[in-house]
Every structure is written in structure tokens, then in C-alpha cells.
Design a protein around this ligand. Sequence first.
Ligand SMILES: [Zn+2]
Length: 86
Amino acid sequence: MTGKGWTFQSLIDAKMTVTAFCHHAPCNHSQKLDLAKLRDRFGPDAPAMADDIIPKLKCAKCGGRKVGTIYTPDTSPNAYGKAKGS
Ligand SMILES: [Zn+2]
């Protein structure tokens, strides 16, 4: 996923999920980011790489700022499924 400059809009278009994790040991809170909301707030072209997002994040549970992110592609099953017979 490196070498590509994500923006909030491109994450949404690519159906990516960004999950933020709190690194404070007793907390370990994780939360999916609301990309549509972030796009509305920062603009569709705002950079949305980990280095860009992390400074904006704060753990909703403990307020800690040691937060990491994981970018996950959409893996929901789709209509392609299995090829029929042969
Ligand atoms: Zn936390």
C-alpha cells in the first residue's frame, strides 16, 4: 500500500476501511474511522496516509495519543463467487 498517496476520497472510492488502534496497554481500544465524516471535515483531497491521520487522532476511550492505524481493503464477498462448472 506504500507508494500511493491516499486521500480521504480515494480511500472511500477504494472501499478501504481504516481502523485506529490505541497503543496504551490497558486500553487497546480500536475503532473504525468514519471516512465520510473525515472527508467532510478535512476535504476530499486531504492526505489520508497513516502519517497524516495519526496526528489528528486521539483515543476515544482513554484520550491517549499513541494511536496506530490499519488499512484494510474491502473483503466482503461479492457476486463473482465461484465459476460455474467447466
Ligand atoms: Zn485508549
